[in-house]
Design a protein around this ligand. Structure first.
Ligand SMILES: Cn1cc(C(=O)NCCN2CCCC2)ccc1=O
Length: 116
């Protein structure tokens, strides 16, 4: 049924929507710290401090793998990127600043695309 079917995957419209936003985040000039998982060999405390690491390439893999059943679960992972960034980085550090800028960009864009 329509209801049941919705719980299995994102509708085509929702898939296009999240793909668009993900592509825009990937190409934003301030996305460089978030493109791939944080290098935990480089940042040895990261694993202990951050319980749910997340990055844009992981989100793309989950999307391609049909992991997201709702657009809200996609948004939760995007917001986890920015929350992790605030936990691990000073606000005025290069990474911290990039996180604040990209979060603002995302939330505005998401509202534009989903607000009726
Ligand atoms: C999200 N996040 C990222 C970093 C970071 O420095 N990423 C480096 C990214 N480099 C760019 C070209 C090669 C790798 C540090 C802390 C943190 O929370």
């Amino acid at each position: 049924s329509e209801k049941k079917e919705k719980s299995i995957l994102l509708t085509n419209k929702e898939l296009a929507l999240v793909m668009t936003v993900l592509d825009e985040l990937d190409k934003h000039e301030d996305s460089w710290p978030f493109l791939f998982p944080v290098n935990t060999k480089h940042f040895s405390t990261y694993k202990r401090i951050i319980k749910n690491p997340m990055d844009l390439s992981t989100i793309r893999s989950k999307l391609e793998g049909g992991i997201y059943k709702t657009k809200e679960s996609f948004v939760d992972d995007v917001r986890t990127i920015f929350d992790n960034c605030e936990t691990f980085n000073e606000d005025q550090s290069p990474v911290g600043k990039a996180g604040h800028i990209l979060r603002l960009y995302f939330e505005r864009r998401w509202a534009e695309l989903t607000s009726t």
